[in-house]
Each structure stands twice: as C-alpha cells, then as structure tokens.
Write a protein that binds this ligand. Sequence first.
Ligand SMILES: [Fe+2]
Ligand SMILES: [Fe+2]
Length: 244
Amino acid sequence: METTEIGINRTGIATSKGRAEAMLEAAQTFSVVAESDATPVAEVRARYAEESDPVGSVPPPPSIKGAVKAVAGELLGNQPFQLIDKLGERLAFERTGARLYEAILGKLRHEGEFAGGPTIEEIERIVLQEYSHFRLIDSIIRRIGGDPTVVTPSANLHATMSAGILAVAVDPRTTLVQSLEAALLAELTDNEGWETLLELLVEGKETVELEDVQQAVRDESDHLALVRSWLAAAQERETVPFDL
Ligand SMILES: [Fe+2]
Ligand SMILES: [Fe+2]
C-alpha cells in the first residue's frame, strides 16, 4: 500500500507564520517588476537559439547499402533520416526501460508484494520484453544500414526528458510504489513512441519486422494497463478504464 509519511517538512510557509509575513512584506518592498512578463527572457533565449548548434545530427548510414537507400529516398519515406532518428530514440528508451524494471524488481524483492500490485514474475516478464524490444530495434537499425551505437538527436532529447524516471527508481529513499509512478510516466511516452515508430515504418515501407513491432506495441499497451492497475491498488481506488 502507498504510505505517506508525516514528518518535519519545512518547505511550506505555514510552518513559520511570523517569517512568512516578513518575507511577503520584503517582497512587496523590494520587488522591481510589478507584473510578470516573460517577453524579455524569451528575446534573450531567441538570440541564443540563433547562435546555437542543434542538439545533434543523424550521421549518413555507414554501409553502402544504407547510403544508397537513403539517397534514393526509399529508406525513410519523404522525411530523410527521421526514421533513423526515431529508431535511435526508441533504442535508448528501451535500454532505460529494462534498467527501470530491474530497479523495480529490486524494490519488489526487498519490500515484498502487496495486494493488487505486481508479482515478481510479472516484472521479470516485462524486463525480458523490454530487452527483446531493444534487440528488435537494434536489428532494424542494422538491417536498414544504420549504426545502432549512434546517439541520435531524438535519443538525446528523450534521454534528457526521461533522466528523472530512472533517477527515481534507483533512489534508495523511494518506495516500490513511488517507482511505479516513474514507470507510469515511462510507459505513457513509450506507448506514444512505439505507435509513432510503427507509423513511420509503414510509411517508409519498412515492413520486414512489422509483426514484431506490432507485438511490441501490444506489449507496451499491456505494460501501461498493468502499471495503472498496480497504482490504483496501491492507492486503494478502482482502476479507471484507460481511454485517451
Ligand atoms: Fe518499452
Ligand atoms: Fe514498457
């Protein structure tokens, strides 16, 4: 079950009424800007953006086969290198996904199962599925002549966005249920990512692994439903049917 500790938390101003009043008074006395206006900072950011390099690039395929296909445009549909970029993104994410569930498995073994929560067998199965998704993406990248060791721009972006997910799960202070919250965030974006990838593969006429990719999409949808049901059980509420 999810437990929320009551302890000495001094982050709110209600714990120190006198100082809170002094702080508000000081803010009114010394504040220079009366109204909040984000325009000046946006202008500064825009100037920096003009001078900055992009977060990364997709290298040309290392193999002759890949290069020929890319130049011919047949590899990636009408969006050059977008498929490689997205494949790189999913590859990195699945690797993190496997590590995430390994961390959750550790917490589950340590804390023990709870009613309506995950079993050790279920988490072990998800770890294996995340591994197999990783290998599937790796094999697609190799088949179309790409280099699976490349950190693509989208992989870089997603690594930054999801950095907190694994950080939560490996933090010794967090509980199993708190780590499942991190898994929920991961699965929501993973579901979106796999469906996007499926569409890009179909549009790029890269259908060799289509059935495996469709299976991965089903696996991810299954993961999401499971995580949602475990969190609902931990919070002693009914699972709301998932329908976005
Ligand atoms: Fe995944
Ligand atoms: Fe998953």
